[in-house]
Design a protein around this ligand. Structure first.
Ligand SMILES: CC[C@H]1O[C@@H](n2cnc3c(N)ncnc32)[C@H](O)[C@@H]1O
Length: 474
């Protein structure tokens, strides 16, 4: 039975050898040599230091293409034309499923045909050497962004390759991403990833870890997202991670988004150990985008405005081509510049909006209900408490494709466009909080002259791509 305990050194070594045999490039990993390589990197490439020393939100896009030289060109463009402060390397879907053979075929085909045959950078196939060529070529810190339930080999190779930031976690890269992996399995595998990051940290290479806050990306109630961030942050801290960026996906109501980001930072500082530096990242809207670049830029601009008010440490930007999927480098850079324009125009203004404190208080209360139910079980062991909470539905994620979550919770926007919970399932929540949600949803039902129903949820899912925030009846 796994527990929230640090992996012992002999077990770390055994797992490391086992996973490095999964692909030939695993042989390129040598921990001591990798530490020396990281020590050779200039300060401006040290992810945690750059992130944690910034005095205003840093902007970072998503970006990944199969071939190394194209990835270098792409990141140089986003750094130059997009003025990105931090850069990504988004990993392809085959690698995320540990299908390194298929990723190899895709990479070879890309090299033959000049086409992007993969939807990201196959870092395991490029190996430590390929990763280091990328790190050498780009004059900014780079983060590994992906969606990998079993990210052990990806971590071993990218950490040795010079990357100092790694997205994801055992819940946030399980629940929204896979049906095939049980929660206990992903928790155990991510303990290795975090222990490896902790081992680098103990040698002075502070690997930044960023749990994936948006989860299923559409109408996720802020308190559910924050609770899962706190859980993944605590699990990472146990393994020695000391730089943790907690994430949150924009829902589109400015009061609720600012309140949620404030609550995320406050609860992160409270629930994570003092030795951890806690930062926050705001993901611009992760739901359906308008199929119109001008309107998409409106969505991106609202994200910039929200970030200017809440001032998270980092913003993950979107592009006006989001509707189509992977953007061109020009569109990706445009999304960065649109976000920067709005932040820089708004950040010096003294914008005072009513209701943020009240909403933050509610979000904090909700999050504490969820955390209490996780931590009250099995003398506070976070692993066992989390497994129990998901098993009973006391913790749950709406629209989760994974069998590890019941998916019984249904969100809907209230009359102000804030995300409330319409169906609670077995979510652990005080009755008076449920009453607050019910009252606010009733107000919307009155406004629209219809009953609260699943229809509202369905209307809300498409509202933003249809040009609105709230899915009002036609
Ligand atoms: C989490 C989903 C987000 O990741 C984005 N995404 C996925 N793969 C790539 C990619 N290869 N380059 C840029 N953006 C990407 C996608 O557009 C969506 O906004």
């Amino acid at each position: 039975m796994i527990r929230d305990e640090r992996i012992p050194a002999d077990q770390l070594r055994r797992i490391d050898e086992e996973i490095r045999s999964e692909w030939p490039t695993g042989d390129e990993v040598d921990f001591e040599e990798a530490i020396a390589y990281h020590e050779s990197l200039p300060d401006r490439k040290r992810f945690a230091d750059v992130l944690e020393s910034a005095d205003k939100p840093l902007l970072q896009p998503r970006a990944g293409v199969p071939r190394l030289e194209d990835q270098i060109d792409l990141l140089e463009y986003l750094h130059g034309e997009g003025k990105a402060d931090l850069l990504p390397t988004t990993i392809d879907s085959y690698t995320r499923d540990n299908e390194y053979e298929k990723a190899q075929e895709g990479l070879e085909k890309a090299r033959e045909t000049d086409e992007d045959t993969l939807n990201g950078f196959p870092a395991v196939n490029h190996g430590v050497e390929g990763c280091r060529e990328l790190i050498e070529a780009i004059d900014a810190p780079i983060e590994v962004r992906h969606g990998t339930p079993d990210a052990r080999l990806l971590a071993a190779i990218t950490f040795a390759g010079g990357f100092q930031s790694f997205e994801g976690g055992p819940i946030s890269y399980n629940i929204p991403y896979t049906k095939r992996h049980g929660l206990e399995e992903t928790i155990e595998r991510w303990q290795f990833v975090d222990r490896l990051a902790g081992a680098y940290t103990e040698r002075g290479v502070r690997i930044n870890r960023e749990p994936f806050g948006p989860l299923t990306g559409t109408l996720v109630p802020p308190s559910i997202a924050i609770a899962i961030m706190l859980i993944e942050g605590k699990l990472a801290a146990t393994q020695g991670v000391r730089s943790i960026t907690l994430g949150y996906g924009q829902v589109g109501n400015v009061v609720q988004d600012v309140a949620a980001l404030n609550a995320l930072q406050k609860l992160g500082d409270e629930f994570l150990p003092d030795e951890v530096v806690v930062t926050t990242v705001f993901h611009e809207w992760m739901g359906g985008f308008p199929p119109d670049e001008a309107r998409a830029n409106g969505v991106i601009g609202l994200g910039g405005m929200t970030a200017a008010i809440a001032q998270p440490d980092k913003v993950i930007t979107k592009s006006p081509q989001e509707f189509q999927g992977v953007p061109t480098k020009e569109a990706n850079a445009a999304g960065l510049r649109t976000t920067r324009q709005v932040i820089d125009m708004a950040i010096e203004q003294d914008i005072d909006i009513d209701g943020i404190e009240e909403e933050q208080e509610l979000i904090e209360r909700e999050t504490r209900c969820l955390m209490d139910t996780v931590l009250e079980h099995d003398d506070g062991d976070v692993v066992q408490g989390t497994l129990k909470a998901f098993d009973t539905g006391a913790l749950d994620v709406p629209f989760a494709p994974s069998d590890s979550a019941k998916g019984a919770v249904l969100p809907a926007r209230d009359d102000d466009g804030r995300v409330r919970i319409f169906e609670w399932g077995d979510l652990a929540m005080d009755d008076d909080i449920k009453e607050i949600h019910k009252a606010r949803l009733s107000r919307r039902a009155d406004t629209e002259g219809r009953d609260q129903s699943f229809r509202m949820v369905a209307d809300d899912v498409d509202a933003i791509s249809d040009g609105k925030l709230i899915g009002r009846p036609q």
